[in-house]
Design a protein around this ligand. Structure first.
Ligand SMILES: [Zn+2]
Length: 96
């Protein structure tokens, strides 16, 4: 009697594990593979508009915000005239 009960219990447990295991895997594969959703922070290099990952390139604080640059030369360009690259984005809004 006891054996049959535990067998059924394990059968149900196995079934649930298969279900949930599979579902979790599928969700993971769909959402997380193509693009890192929120985990890997990416910055836009304001000089050349390239995506720069948090651990790559060069970083610089400007006006309380961290900017990242793909290369040293982009950082130097930004350093020489930061307003020029920052106003590039906002300039379109003020256009009449
Ligand atoms: Zn760059």
């Amino acid at each position: 009697m006891e054996g049959l009960g535990s067998l059924l219990f394990f059968a149900i447990l196995f079934f649930i594990m298969m279900r949930f295991g599979c579902g979790a895997h599928m969700m993971h594969g769909h959402g997380g593979h193509s693009r890192g959703t929120g985990k890997a922070v990416k910055y836009i290099d304001p000089v050349c508009d390239m995506e720069v990952e948090a651990e790559q390139g060069y970083g610089k604080m400007h006006g309380g915000k961290l900017y990242r640059f793909c290369s040293r030369s982009c950082l130097d360009k930004f350093d020489a005239d930061p307003e020029r690259y920052l106003n590039k984005e906002q300039g379109e809004k003020h256009e009449m």
